[in-house]
Design a protein around this ligand. Sequence first.
Ligand code: 5GP
Length: 202
Amino acid sequence: MKNKGRMIVVSAPSGCGKGTILAEILKSDKFYYSISATTRAPREGEKDGVNYHFITKEEFERQIENGGMLEYAEYCGNYYGTPKKILEEKMNEGINVILEIEVQGAMKVRKLVPDAVFIFIVPPSISELERRLRKRGTETDDVIAKRVAEAAGEIKKAPDYDYIVVNGDLDDAVDDFKKIIRAEEMKSAYSKNIIDEVLENA
Ligand code: 5GP
């Protein structure tokens, strides 16, 4: 019998390369990326049903009332939430589901799904984060300073997570991420099927 998939919660301040790491991980069909619902407007290039489910505040509140959200949080004046049903379906198929959410939501999931795996991605240093944000060239100095300050605050929450991945070199970070998942899969609590198989021919 196949093991159930795991829930993997990933948080990181912006500019940490979280998207690049996850894009590598999601090349495997063992993983499903949870598409959140949000009330914020799509950014240029974002597609409904791909990056997010872009819905109205009324629809979001209706989904909360119907118990459709595993968790939700208000962030910068908008709602963000994780639709629950699809995650259960995927995990029952043995697929690991990845939730890319901010810290408040992650801590709610910690209480609701105690066996989820919590990973926090950090830059090698705050000065490196600042350098990357500048290189991206999409923000003004003011915005960069704000994001750097915010990132420092968020990174202080990293000890509440199970694992910390430092994104210095991308290949190393992806490799570390995969090792965490592999180690989690090998925990005895999730290896009952292996023991059964081993003993089958005894
Ligand atoms: P952005 O607007 O930049 O796409 O996302 C803002 C923040 O919301 C990011 O930290 C992102 O990880 C977080 N976020 C995205 N989806 C969800 C969600 O479903 N729940 C929670 N709690 N946070 C989310």
